[in-house]
Design a protein around this ligand. Structure first.
Ligand SMILES: Cc1ncc(COP(=O)(O)O)c(C=O)c1O
Length: 363
């Protein structure tokens, strides 16, 4: 869709990245780190002051005592952290429960390890987890459950009931959890982010993956981290050592300082909630119908009252004929399940959102 958007000079609300500038202060800190000579490999596990800052942040936000030496590794992005976590524990024939729609790297990352993705569709239209189906899918081969809250592509977030159900499902089993929390600071409507790190009995079986790209509007930096208990983290590092080994040094030095300032990440939810609300309000003048989104960069819309075209055809048509790119949600299912829903990314300048909706009024 991005290639088509570029070709048609469409407003690109398809791909999930901000079109506004990141913090100049953070750029200056990276610049300074480079001039100060931080241009060689840092420690394989990541620059220690950054890991210490992360441990401090997690302690304040989620009341979790994380050891920066043994439980945190800095990685080149969240996707790499997810891949490495899966590779460090999966064996051929293991089953991994994964929900659809879902971020596109999960299933290939499971399958490249010879493991089996057990796909469970989220319940349309709220995209909630069908816990009865999860219970029915557990077998003696179930190695892991993968979670993503806030959720790409739908903006759904975990509820307290989800946490209770998850506890029940894994209690007394050896099932691990991979929790993709790259949008941890993008939760709206005063809902708390229910990180696996908050719940001791869940944390003790979890790999939790994060992305600085999503937090600081610099997706191109590809820098993130994984938090896991020491016995899992030592396996994670065995894969990491011979794959990437060491992530970009000057950005880690800069982030060690910048991340200490709480307002740099706590200001994110109000800022993006405003954008979500602006986008939704503007979209009221169109024939698209919003689905619920309480987090992430994304807002999905039902277009069934406009057209009965398959979502892929519809997305291509509005990009081509109306000059606004979006993503058909069927692209996030292996079987291309089509509920006539498209995803828009609202992490854009206000004028970008206004320009896009002006065009969508004609659809
Ligand atoms: C749910 C989810 N996880 C992970 C990532 C990737 O994070 P990174 O760019 O740090 O690899 C994305 C990016 O779109 C995402 O939406």
């Amino acid at each position: 869709m991005s290639a088509l958007a570029a070709e048609k000079k469409a407003v690109n609300l398809g791909q999930g990245f901000p079109d506004f500038m990141m913090s100049e202060e953070l750029i200056e800190l990276v610049n300074k780190a480079m001039l100060d000579g931080y241009n060689q490999y840092v420690h394989m596990n990541g620059y220690l002051p950054l890991r210490e800052t992360i441990a401090d942040k997690v302690s304040r936000l989620y009341n979790a005592a994380i050891n920066p030496d043994t439980e945190i590794t800095i990685t080149p992005g969240g996707t790499y952290a997810i891949y490495t976590a899966l590779t460090s524990v999966l064996h051929p024939g293991d089953e991994v429960i994964v929900f659809e729609p879902g971020y596109d790297s999960y299933i290939p990352n499971i399958e490249i390890n010879g493991a089996i993705a057990v796909r469970i569709p989220l319940q349309f239209p709220g995209y909630s987890i069908p816990w009865d189906k999860v219970r029915g899918a557990i077998t003696e081969k179930t190695k892991m459950i993968m979670l993503n809250s806030p959720h790409n592509p739908t903006g759904a977030v975990l509820s307290e009931n989800d946490i209770m159900e998850l506890r029940r499902v894994v209690d007394g089993t050896g099932i691990l959890i991979l929790s993709d929390e790259v949008y941890e600071h993008l939760v709206y409507d005063n809902i708390p982010h229910r990180s696996m790190l908050r719940y001791e009995e869940l944390r003790s079986r979890s790999f939790v993956c994060f992305s600085f790209g999503k937090v600081y509007h610099c997706t191109g930096w590809k820098l993130g981290y994984c938090i896991a208990p020491p016995e899992f983290m030592s396996e994670f590092r065995k894969v990491h050592q011979f794959n990437c080994f060491s992530s970009h040094s000057p950005s880690q030095v800069a982030l060690a300082e910048y991340l200490r300032k709480e307002e740099t990440y706590l200001s994110l939810a109000p800022m993006l909630q405003k954008k979500r609300d602006l986008f939704r309000q503007l979209m009221e003048s169109t024939r698209f119908r919003p689905l619920n989104s309480s987090g992430s960069y994304f807002q999905c819309y039902d277009y069934s009252s406009i057209s009965d075209e398959p979502d892929k055809d519809f997305a291509i048509r509005i990009t081509r004929d109306h000059g606004v790119a979006c993503i058909p949600v069927s692209a996030f299912y292996q079987d291309a399940i089509d509920n006539k829903v498209v995803r828009f990314c609202f992490a854009k300048k206000d004028e970008t959102l206004e320009r896009a909706v002006d065009r969508l009024k004609n659809v």
